[in-house]
Structure formats: structure tokens, C-alpha cells
Design a protein. Structure first.
Length: 113
């Protein structure tokens, strides 16, 4: 059974940094981060496609967040800098294994003002 586990969330002050990690138990082709704030829809944050090493970001995090990873270990990281209170959300990792997407349970990120 495929497992996707996110770690690294926590409480940080505005302007601070956090690094999230995502570990998948299967061979991944893409790894993406999404987030969902209370009362809002889940939104795309950042993603990486191992073939070609392409990355993408939402406009709201571009320049502040950086996605990286290791396709051999099926790990992805989200470095979040200059955090703002509006970044507060549950952050989810989504992985594409070639036949289906799998999601983790999420990790809470809270940014205090």
C-alpha cells in the first residue's frame, strides 16, 4: 500500500521559515504541495516533475517558497521563507505514481503575526 507522509509543520512567527518534508513509499513521477486554510478550498502551492526537473509555483508563494527533492528516495521538500499569517494552513503532499495520485494526511503550519 502506498504511503505518503508529511513532516515539518509547526508554529512560526511572521517572517520566519519552515521546511516541510514529504516521503512516499512508491516510485514517484511528480510530487506536489497543496494547502488548505480554514473555510477555503485546497490550493496548489508548488510541484516538481522529476523528468526534466521542472518546478512550478503558485503566484502567492513564488519567490518565498522553494521545492526540491530526491527522486531516488522519493522525497520532496518545501522550504518556506518570509512566512506570512495568510500562509497558515494544512499542507498536503500529493504524489503521482504513474497510475494514480496519492495524498498524505497533511501537516499544520501556523504563522503568527
Amino acid at each position: 500500500q502506498v504511503q505518503v507522509v508529511e513532516t515539518g509543520g509547526g508554529l512560526v512567527q511572521a517572517g520566519g521559515s519552515l521546511r516541510l518534508s514529504c516521503a512516499a513509499s512508491g516510485r514517484t513521477f511528480t510530487m506536489e504541495w497543496y494547502r488548505q486554510a480554514p473555510g477555503k478550498e485546497r490550493e496548489f502551492v508548488a510541484g516538481v516533475t522529476w523528468s526534466g526537473g521542472t518546478t512550478s509555483y503558485s503566484d502567492t508563494v513564488k519567490g518565498r517558497f522553494s521545492i526540491s527533492g530526491d527522486n531516488v528516495k522519493n522525497m520532496a521538500y518545501l522550504q518556506m521563507n518570509s512566512l506570512k499569517p495568510e500562509d497558515t494552513a494544512i499542507y498536503y503532499c500529493s504524489v503521482w505514481l504513474g497510475t494514480a495520485y496519492y495524498w498524505g494526511q497533511g501537516t499544520q503550519v501556523t504563522v503568527s503575526s
